[in-house]
Write a new protein. Structure first.
Length: 158
């Protein structure tokens, strides 16, 4: 028995497969979570890229970041529950592997942004263009998250 097959024998994994409503409900939680995460991230990225420049980028980040981090409390447990239900299939699925790699890149990009150009956001808080490094990070973030969503949707097809 492979480790993935072992995971699929867990009681929770068996319930996720056998229950009529558990998997769809968990997937709805997953979708609610990533809509909140990607939506809040995209709003900050667009502001950094120059949309609504009169809006304070620091005030916007203070408003959005709790939603971004809070959304992970929905996404990760629900994603893991769906994963354990069909671990053998997902572990071999190239879309799943790419999705996990992209999520790691999104996290590293966000850390680099917040520790880098955003640490000096007072210099470009309103009505000024963000520095090139910040705009590059925001553009990369938008592309990476569209990639994560695409991989997530393609999971059912590969
Ligand atoms: C962090 C950001 C994440 C985003 C934006 C995201 C996005 C998505 C999307 C768009 C889908 C397809 C939903 C559908 O078509 O109904 C999906 C499905 C899925 N996600 Fe995520 N996901 C994220 C994190 C995770 C994590 C951390 C895991 C777990 C390890 C995970 C596991 C899954 C699984 C197993 C499915 C397949 C559901 C199915 O089609 O049966 N996801 N995700």
């Amino acid at each position: 028995m492979t480790p993935a097959q072992g995971i699929e024998t867990l009681a929770l994994a068996v319930s996720m497969r056998q229950s009529l409503w558990l998997y769809p409900i968990v997937e709805i939680v997953h979708i609610t979570g990533f809509v909140t995460l990607v939506g809040s991230v995209a709003m900050l990225d667009l502001r950094v890229l120059g949309v609504s420049k009169s809006l304070s980028v620091r005030a916007l980040a203070r408003h959005l970041l709790p939603w971004t981090l809070g959304a992970l409390l929905l996404i990760v447990p629900s994603g893991l529950l769906m994963f354990i239900a069909h671990a053998g299939d997902f572990i071999d699925n190239p879309a799943f592997r790419l999705k996990m790699v992209l999520i790691i890149f999104a996290g590293l990009n966000a850390i680099a942004f917040h520790r880098g150009p955003f640490a000096r956001a007072a210099d470009w808080d309103t009505c000024r263009a963000a520095p090139p490094g910040a705009r590059l990070s925001a553009a990369a973030s938008l592309l990476i998250w569209v990639g994560v969503i695409s991989c997530g949707r393609l999971l059912a097809y590969l």
